[in-house]
Design a protein around this ligand. Structure first.
Ligand code: SF4
Length: 231
């Protein structure tokens, strides 16, 4: 395939290529889903907050310290321990003051809105995003990860890997912002939460292994003939 015009057929080809190239990450995806099913929704949101803009290893270390501090990761436990202990616990994830503030805001919100999860389930995806983003510190990416991965609502979270790959592939223009990239994927792909969740994970794997920020490995890339800017 040549040219930079993306349509639904080309987007599905991208998905199929990534599935073929990174089958282990499909297993990781299943393992991740299982872990999700074994955690409480609040704990999952906390995990997503800890994993933003940091490595999995650092997010995991912060979560372990938080569990040690709190016992069960609940809104009540977070509100009981206070901000400075929280800051110390989440330090491995970086931006510890900001993260601790977000966790307190999240805990207050969930504590005061006991029916939050049922409410989120019952409303459409755009309304659900707005609902979650009312919480200070919860941005579109955190909201989209939770809504897609936990509640199975059709949205598409965009991280730095996905933004970079999408511009290189020509799916969006260089410098496109979060909402533009998210909407483009939703236009190009079926509104199938399972497919969107898999594609999200596969693109991140592709960004870590092949389409790296520096020195992308274009010669080994399974998307080379779909790409607008192979090196
Ligand atoms: S060909 Fe290069 S720039 Fe294009 S997607 Fe592959 S690794 Fe990225």
């Amino acid at each position: 395939m040549t040219g930079c015009n993306w349509d639904q057929e080309r987007a599905m080809e991208l998905y199929r290529r990534l599935v073929r190239a990174y089958s282990p990450s499909a297993e990781e995806f299943v393992a991740w889903k299982l872990r999700l099913e074994q955690s409480s929704p609040f704990e999952i949101l906390v995990g997503i907050v800890l994993s933003q803009n940091t490595s999995d290893k650092n997010a995991f270390a912060a979560m372990e310290r938080l569990r040690k501090l709190l016992g069960d990761v609940t809104p009540e436990a977070i509100l009981r321990v206070g901000t400075s202990a929280l800051e110390e616990a989440v330090r491995p994830a970086g931006m510890h003051r900001q993260r601790a503030r977000t966790l307190v805001a999240l805990a207050k919100f969930v504590y005061q809105h006991r029916g939050w999860l049922e409410e989120l389930r019952s409303i459409d995806v755009e309304e659900a995003r707005r609902y979650l983003m009312r919480i200070p510190g919860i941005g579109p990416k955190t909201a989209d990860v939770f809504l897609l991965m936990y509640l199975g609502k059709a949205t598409f979270p965009v991280d730095t890997h996905i933004a970079r790959i999408s511009a290189r592939l020509g799916i969006v223009r260089k410098g496109a912002r979060y909402e533009e990239i998210r909407s483009r994927y939703l236009e190009l792909l079926p509104r199938d939460p399972e497919l969107l969740a898999r594609l999200h994970v596969l693109l991140i794997t592709h960004g870590r292994r092949v389409c790296r920020a520096r020195n992308p490995r274009c010669n080994e890339c399974p998307l080379r003939d779909l790409c607008c800017s192979p090196a």
